[in-house]
Each structure stands twice: as structure tokens, then as C-alpha cells.
Design a protein around this ligand. Structure first.
Ligand code: FPP
Length: 237
């Protein structure tokens, strides 16, 4: 029995994979008269807490949208801050991920990231590769249409080389290309801060996912808020 699971949650009907669009960091900071980046710093703490929560409650996979392909359009200082934040967190948190059994993986075009960040990404993937308690998948420089376009290119190339027949291009083949980490599709998507759209996140993978939108700003999305999201999920048919 997992000790800290709230008694009103049914352990047998928890989602096995939760995806989150972490929205509202800037507004959270602005409401407090702080610079937007303070919201991102707090948002990172929230994400860490959610990861703990997944571990404590027996939820095996978490995918978080950390940086979209559109996010490059933000002010340069904010983009630079986020890149440094990702890098610093990866460097600092790998030891704890090891202790907690968290295996990290990434989706998105990582080749556009600063070299120093790419190095930390590779280091974190290798260091946590054998962990099995929680699979933590981070979307960085990610866009679902770009991901699908890339998969189309790979499949077309295989067909062109004569290694695949077009009749062999099935939904399950596409899913394999899309999902190198073999993660199940998300059962539950949570988006915070009152925005009700998918913003180019996991468009294929969310086809059958339960969607949960809340007005809570991401930095305020604590255990109690996650608990509410899980109750709503379990209340659905
Ligand atoms: C959206 O809020 C948030 C982001 C674009 C950045 C998310 C990044 C973190 C929470 C840091 C996580 C760290 C790691 C290592 C994954 P927003 O800025 O769009 O907020 P707004 O809608 O209120 O302006």
C-alpha cells in the first residue's frame, strides 16, 4: 500500500501517465510584483514537487512541456534565463533523481539548445538510464507538428530506400517512431492558468486522453491541486 495516497483516490484507477502544460508562471510573478523569471524559478519547484507526488502515489510517468518551439519568440533575456535554469536544474537534480529512481528522457529538437545544456541533457539521460520508479519526460524545444513532420520524413526515406512498403505504414508504426522511450500515451493532460487549448503539444498522443483545465497558475499547482485533478479524472467515465 502506498502510504500517502489520499484515501478518496482509488489506487487501481490512477492514470499511469500524466502530461502537464505548465502555464501561468509569468502571471504568478506579475501578481506579486516580481520579474517573470521569478515565476519560472517557482514553477521549477512546483514541477519537482509534482514528480515527488507521482513517486509517492505510484504514478509511473510524467511528461512536462518545458519549452515550446514558439517560446524562442520570447524576450532574449527570458529565453536565456530559461536555458540556464534548465541547465542548472539538470546539474543539481540528477543526484536526487538517482535517489528517487527517476529516469529522465527528452522530446523535442535538442540540437538547437546551447551546447552546455545539451551536455547536461546527455549526462542526465545516461546517469538515470537504469532507474525505474518514475519515467520523467521533458519536452524542450518541442512542437507536435514539427515532431510529426520529422516522423513523416523518416518514414518516406525508409520507403524511398526500399526498406518499407507504403502498406506497412500503420498507426502503430507511426506511434513507434513518435515514441522512442516506449511511453504509454498520457491518460490525463493537465493545463494550468485557465488557457483551454493544446498549443501544439502531443497532438497524436493525446487522441484519447482525458483533458483537465484549471485556473490555478502553475507555481500554485501543489499536491492539493493535483489531488483535485486526479479526483476529476477518476470521476469521469
Ligand atoms: C509557461 O508560463 C511556462 C514556461 C514557458 C516555462 C516552463 C518552465 C518551467 C516551469 C521550469 C521547469 C524547469 C525544468 C528543468 C523543466 P508563462 O511564462 O507562459 O506564463 P504566463 O502565461 O503567465 O505568461
Amino acid at each position: 500500500m502506498l502510504p500517502t495516497l489520499p484515501p478518496d483516490l482509488d489506487r487501481d484507477r490512477l492514470p499511469s501517465h500524466v502530461a502537464v502544460i505548465m502555464d501561468g508562471n509569468g502571471r504568478w510573478a506579475q501578481q506579486r510584483g516580481l520579474p517573470r523569471v521569478a515565476g519560472h524559478r517557482q514553477g521549477a519547484k512546483t514541477l519537482k514537487e509534482l514528480l515527488h507526488c507521482c513517486k509517492d502515489w505510484g504514478i509511473g510517468s510524467l511528461t512536462a512541456y518545458a519549452f515550446s518551439t514558439e517560446n524562442w519568440c520570447r524576450p532574449t533575456e527570458e529565453v536565456n534565463f530559461l536555458m540556464l535554469l534548465f541547465e542548472r536544474l539538470l546539474r543539481q537534480e540528477v543526484a536526487e533523481m538517482q535517489r528517487e529512481g527517476v529516469r529522465i528522457s527528452f522530446i523535442g529538437d535538442l540540437s538547437a539548445l546551447p551546447d552546455t545544456l545539451q551536455r547536461e541533457v546527455r549526462r542526465a539521460i545516461v546517469a538515470t538510464a537504469n532507474n525505474q520508479t518514475v519515467q520523467f519526460n521533458l519536452a524542450v524545444n518541442y512542437g507536435s507538428r514539427a515532431e510529426l513532420t520529422q516522423v513523416c520524413r523518416q518514414i518516406v526515406e525508409k520507403v524511398r530506400q526500399g526498406n518499407l512498403n507504403s502498406s506497412e505504414v500503420t498507426e502503430s508504426l507511426i506511434a513507434q517512431y513518435l515514441n522512442p522511450s516506449n511511453l504509454p500515451d498520457p491518460d490525463l493532460l493537465i493545463r494550468t492558468s485557465g488557457e483551454i487549448r493544446l498549443s501544439n503539444f502531443l497532438l497524436w498522443q493525446l487522441a484519447y486522453t482525458e483533458l483537465y483545465f484549471t485556473d490555478t497558475l502553475w507555481p500554485d499547482f501543489d499536491r492539493a491541486a493535483f489531488h483535485q485533478a486526479l479526483l476529476a479524472y477518476q470521476g469521469r467515465d
